[in-house]
Design a protein around this ligand. Structure first.
Ligand code: DON
Length: 587
């Protein structure tokens, strides 16, 4: 096969950097070393058709929830930037054009895999302010309040600016000012509001409208209309300060001062010292394998990497092949694997600076084999019921970037709830997160996502709240970059992301089908198999009930954006459940 220009360049770069050799040596085709794709049949009545096409790019691909943000990454790669430069450009652009989840007032995780084989992850999760305390979200009568979700006290110390700047300085090739230029331009000169932003703002009017965002995002009692050229001068100024001065503008300078002043006015607890102490942390990626494919994913403070690895290891331990997709047998095994991995998540995981996380054990094949033995193929195992309900939400955002040199970045970032705590800092132009709700505010009681978590994730000053964000990079069995994937959707991030991975590896679906296939979710508590409405055939539903599963039908399950290697280039698919509002940008 003819070696491609893309990989030739990648090898030149690798040599120039004198970096470790890639997992396999010699020139490689852009064709993935995977079996051919197979057609899939979705259950009757399922909302998406199988056999659709994905976006294609010969040289590079960016998939995010907002096309202008993807275009920002495209602009950067065309200007000579790499995937990390582009990811940072996308991240800042999302803060401008996708305020429901894109942010500089929140945090996230980035998994990087360079074409020369280096892999890294950076944790820029928020931390609990120094004045936070274990019982801060209870009222005088001992009842939980809503303060972990809405208002000034819901925010952790934001990590986004520190994380993106740090990632850029280590793996990028451009300056912050260059990578931020598209975002600054869109904030300063405006961008045209589309129906997605309008709809999102309109449905959040009661929430956002409680605080200072009401005068910025709403006019004459309605959200800013589609077609409006929307400028955000305060945000433009903030971004320009960061571009000029670096993250110190946010953590030690004018932007931080304004944030702290707003917190003081609104009764929040973030003070100057919190910002000054904030640090993004480089962490060793979790490197797991699944049937000969390698995966790089996020260690704690996200649970994503451990739980994805653990669930997939359990499935692998169940046999050389899995039952066919869409059968009760498969759904039962998958649901049971998730159930077991979530039991560990909810009880054992937390910020590794505060709790001893048994990472090696939880991600080991041996442990998975032991757990696999506890699965009865004919009978579901109960977890004690507690009746918790899970809120539906799509309010985080994941983007996947592959550049023309074969470098890849998977990033997930969030404010937690849509528009975070609803607190908009009008002088500096951004929303604050409500990530404090990701702690087990009351260990043993469900949070906003119905997650019942324990002491390991209790609130403590300076501690990172446990996340489910699961940015993941998958290599094919020859060690070539294959899939860049991740999602929004609270705990469903883990199950949705891993199902896209399983759909392409085990079920040999095209990326378009893998993304459109109905998804299921199990998080141990509530002890219910959640399935997307019309996502089961009658046979599968009857079979699952016979095995003893309680089934709950739910609407769209998570929001995935993915890029996959195919012959001759890259496919990109943004979440079909978002009504086509995401956007790929490619060349
Ligand atoms: O870090 C986490 O796991 C959550 N804060 C993610 C929240 C989320 O995905 C919101 N959308 N449903």
């Amino acid at each position: 096969m003819k070696p491609s220009r893309v990989l030739a360049v990648a090898l030149l770069v690798a040599t120039a950097c004198r970096a470790p050799a890639p997992a396999s040596s010699g020139l490689r085709s852009t064709e993935p070393a995977v079996p051919p794709r197979r057609a899939v049949t979705f259950p009757e009545g399922w909302r998406f058709k199988a056999g659709e096409k994905a976006a294609f790019g010969e040289h590079f691909m960016i998939a995010s929830n907002q096309v202008l943000a993807s275009d920002a990454g495209n602009e950067i790669i065309r200007a000579g930037g790499n995937a990390v430069d582009a990811a940072v450009a996308v991240g800042f652009a999302l803060a401008v054009t996708y305020p429901v989840a894109g942010n500089i007032g929140g945090g996230g995780f980035m998994v990087i895999r360079m074409a020369d084989g280096r892999a890294a992850t950076i944790d820029y999760r928020e931390v609990a302010p120094l004045a936070a305390s274990r019982n801060m979200y209870f009222d005088a009568n001992g009842n939980p309040t809503m303060e972990s979700i809405i208002g000034y006290r819901a925010s952790g110390v934001p990590g986004a600016v520190a994380g993106m700047a740090e990632a850029l300085s280590k793996y990028g090739s451009m300056t912050l000012a260059q990578a931020m230029a598209p975002a600054i331009r869109m904030a300063r000169d405006g961008f045209v509001v589309d129906s997605q932003l309008y709809g999102s703002l309109r449905s959040s009017q009661g929430y956002v409208g409680r605080f200072d965002g009401k005068d910025v995002f709403y006019k004459d009692g309605d959200a800013i209309k589609p077609g409006t050229l929307f400028k955000q001068p305060a945000l433009a100024r903030t971004l320009q300060l960061i571009a000029d001065q670096g993250p110190k503008a946010f953590y030690h300078g004018e932007v931080g001062d304004s944030l702290v002043a707003a917190m003081q006015r609104g009764g929040g607890i973030i003070v100057k010292q919190d910002l000054e102490q904030y640090k993004a942390i480089w962490r060793t990626p979790i490197r797991s394998t699944y049937r000969g494919y390698a995966m790089y994913s996020m260690p704690p403070s996200s649970s994503g990497g451990i739980v994805v690895a653990e669930a997939l290891n359990i499935l692998e331990a169940l046999g050389d092949t899995v039952p066919s997709w869409g059968t009760a047998a498969y759904d039962h095994l998958l649901g049971s694997a998730y159930q077991r991995a979530f039991i560990d998540r909810n009880s054992k995981l937390g910020d590794p600076a505060f709790v001893n996380v048994p990472l090696e054990q939880l991600t080991s094949k041996e442990y998975a084999r032991a757990l696999a033995k506890t699965i009865d193929r004919n009978r579901k195992t109960p977890t004690p019921p507690n009746g918790a309900q899970i809120a539906d939400g799509m309010h985080t955002t994941h983007y996947s970037v592959v550049d023309d040199k074969g470098n890849a970045v998977a990033t997930t970032t969030t404010l937690n709830n849509g528009y975070g705590s609803a607190v908009y800092l009008k002088n500096v132009g951004f929303f604050m997160n409500d990530e404090m709700d990701d702690f087990a505010a009351a260990p043993g009681k469900p949070n906003m996502f119905g997650l019942v978590q324990g002491e390991a994730n209790a609130i403590a000053p300076g501690k990172r709240m446990l996340s489910a964000m699961s940015p993941t990079i998958v290599l094919d069995p020859q060690g070539q970059l294959f899939l860049v994937v991740g999602a929004a959707g609270g705990p469903r991030i883990i199950t949705a992301t891993s199902q896209v991975i399983l759909n392409v590896i085990d079920h040999r679906m095209s990326l378009a089908d893998a993304m459109r296939a109905p998804r299921l979710h199990h998080q141990a508590l509530p002890d219910t198999l959640m399935v997307e409405t019309n996502g089961l055939s009658a046979d599968a539903e009857a079979g699952l009930k016979r095995i003893g599963h309680g089934i709950k039908y739910i609407g769209g399950l998570a929001n995935v954006n993915a890029v996959m290697r195919v012959k001759g280039g890259w496919e990109g698919v943004t979440e079909p459940r978002m009504g086509g509002t995401g956007g790929t940008s490619a060349h």
